[in-house]
Design a protein around this ligand. Sequence first.
Ligand SMILES: Cc1cc2nc3c(=O)[nH]c(=O)nc-3n(C[C@H](O)[C@H](O)[C@H](O)COP(=O)(O)O)c2cc1C
Length: 454
Amino acid sequence: MIWTNDPTRLMLVASLAMSYALVCLAPYLRTRRKHLAAQRAKAEAAANPGWIVAYASQTGNAEELAEQTLATLRLAGIPAQLSELSALQAEDLQRAERILFLVSTYGEGDAPDGAAAFAGRLMTKGLALPQLHYAVLALGDRAYAQFCGFGRALDAWLQEQGAQSLFPRVEVNRSSAEAIGAWRQQLSHLAGTSDAPDWGAPAFAPWRLAARVLLNPGSAGAPVYHLELEPQDGVLPAWESGDLVQAAAPSDPERAREYSIASIPADGRVHLLVRLHTHADGSHGAASGWLTQQAGIGQTVQLRLRQHRRFRLEDNLQRPLILIGNGSGIAGLRGHLKARAAAGRARNWLLFGERNEAHDYHYREELATWQLHGKLENLDMVFSRDQPQRRYVQDRLAEQADEVRAWVAAGAAIYVCGSLDGMAAGVDAALAAALGRDALDQLAVVGRYRRDVY
Ligand SMILES: Cc1cc2nc3c(=O)[nH]c(=O)nc-3n(C[C@H](O)[C@H](O)[C@H](O)COP(=O)(O)O)c2cc1C
């Protein structure tokens, strides 16, 4: 710069320097303002931690209701956060002033898989919780002996710890709209809103039945059909492998059945595996009878797709995968294998059980093709009735304990899909024997042991 005494020029230089300083300062001030705001928010959050909406869910019902509960609170301006029950530590419970628990029940009155560790870790001990106000929404099904067993146990434990209930436990039988309505009403009352969004019945959409094939002619078991469906409006909704559909017979829309989706959106259709259910009196199950016997090709079927986060691949897409199942459980596992093949993930090990190789080897060619192209590293098919001594998938798993340990040590995740009776408990025991019970529980907590058993 050339030195000058000219006052006009001096003014100009000074104002330029000032503008430059402001330009430099503005981002700094913005960042600082943001920083201070974040600090203030943090301090406020510490002073008033807000409400916690904690859920324990196996197939997503409790999770979905927890999300709706959270939305209702936030709409009312109440700070609230969502948490899986298993993520809560003793200190969180002792610090919190308000927690809404939404939990389902599995097994025989047990916690859903993901919450087993919470039940074992915290609910077996005493923990003073006099500051805690809470409510429980317990999901279950009256067809089971221990109706809402886990929700009731959680409620009783909280009472014993001195926590105070905000209103009596609400029990939901088979997603009853009435009970869910009662929970919503209590919530609106607490939150001081009358304009809570309606959590109305899920919307079903019309789909066209495009194909149906009997997969197991001559089987000793009930007939299993492969179905393909296309949306009537031609617009394929998004879903991920592991998700479910709900389907109901037109004659009995109240009793929708859930089926695992056996395809991925790239297939252009929803594939389902439906086993025809026959009651003792010879009549067919409403949904399975409708889907496999009554609905004709081209006819409209009402479906609703449902996210099933607990059984999605998520981060496990990157990991080696051990897929275990039996019977119609191949549906959910096939969805995952398709997603893996599409993503170029080849470290897949399928252990699958059915009755006879001659009749019940579902998707045989497809599995062989994946193997041939290196997309399925290990395939263990176990046919229970092809030898004098019955053999099940858990027996194979027990023989392969070393291999299971090696895969898990290499970071594998484990997915189990199929029947609860006979398979799920046997597989769980074989995995616990191979890996150790605590290690298996820990895998469930971090989402590396996921089950869709029914
Ligand atoms: C294999 C299995 C076992 C179940 N056991 C029970 C039970 O013992 N008691 C009960 O009330 N409900 C039981 N249920 C019903 C579930 O709790 C109910 O379907 C609930 O809506 C599931 O919610 P979620 O999707 O959040 O896991 C069971 C369901 C299945 C599939």
